[in-house]
Design a binder for this molecule. Structure first.
Ligand code: LIP
Length: 264
């Protein structure tokens, strides 16, 4: 019987090493940086150095296993692939907002089986192994028991492209009167971990990379959330990521669809 827990240990150890590097580099890394898809989609020297460290360490610990990373690319193959976001929440990192992570997942035939999301700024570690639960610093995680949509806290995000942001903002304006409140924290992996911890009742966003959701999506699912990854929510749009406490998942999914979430 395949046991994914040793893969969590590797993701944890390498994530902690990369996180320490990210923290050490911050003062210099945020002085100058490059941009990618738009002028607001930043990449720092720390993003690149973190991914390079992860790649080097995985090649030592798991020789021959491919890596898909946000900065250097790669592909998901049959068998085991490591999926890495070297800094998730790069804009937060740039501004000194302590809400960013190094996210490392192991996927088997494209499905996450192990994941670690490490917060360099706080030292908090979120982990999960498929079928073995989700944990924050070793303590079990459980989603919220919310059953009332109007009393739910919804996390969300924006794409980098301006024309899409406008449509997304219109969706969130419609949702604002359907839920208790909205939160936009800027790091998808940690938004998904927040659902796992019951700190958010739901989270939804478009246009995430596999590296954004690969570990956090598993952590949320293992904590009891209803998780729908890109390609599995046609009513929310082909590139939608959705996670919610089971007590409100159907109502939240329907409210997002009614708000035009699929048209952004
Ligand atoms: C970020 C995501 C966030 C999203 C941002 C960005 P990055 O990832 O974690 O949820 O709203 O636009 O994609 O770029 O910091 O790795």
């Amino acid at each position: 019987m395949f046991d994914p827990r040793p893969l969590v240990d590797i993701a944890t150890a390498v994530g902690r090493e990369a996180g320490a590097l990210v923290q050490r580099m911050r003062a210099s890394a945020v002085v100058s940086f490059d941009t990618k898809s738009t002028s607001t989609d930043v990449v720092t020297a720390a993003d690149r150095a973190s991914e390079q460290l992860v790649r080097t360490r995985l090649s030592e610990l798991r020789p021959g296993e491919p890596v898909l990373g946000e900065e250097e690319g790669g592909t998901v193959v049959e068998g085991l692939t490591w999926v890495v976001d070297p800094i998730d929440g790069t804009v937060n990192y740039l501004y000194g907002i302590p809400w960013y992570s190094v996210s490392i997942a192991a996927q088997l035939d494209g499905e996450s089986v192990a994941g670690a999301v490490f917060e360099p700024a706080t030292g908090r570690l979120w982990t999960a192994a498929r079928g073995h639960g989700a944990f924050l610093d070793g303590a079990p995680l459980h989603v919220s028991a919310t059953t009332d949509l109007s009393l739910s806290l919804l996390g969300y995000g924006f794409a980098y492209r301006p024309e899409r942001r406008q449509r997304q903002a219109e969706t969130w304006a419609r949702m604002a009167t359907r839920v208790r409140d909205l939160r936009r924290a800027g790091a998808a992996s940690l938004d998904l971990c927040s659902v796992a911890a019951g700190r958010l009742d739901a989270y939804a966003e478009h246009a995430l990379g596999r590296w954004d959701w690969a570990a956090g999506g598993l952590i949320a699912a293992e904590a009891g959330a209803v998780v729908r990854l890109p390609g599995s929510s046609p009513e929310l749009g082909e590139d939608a990521t959705f996670a919610a406490a089971p007590g409100i998942a159907d109502a939240m999914y329907a409210a997002l669809a009614e708000s035009g979430f699929d048209k952004v």
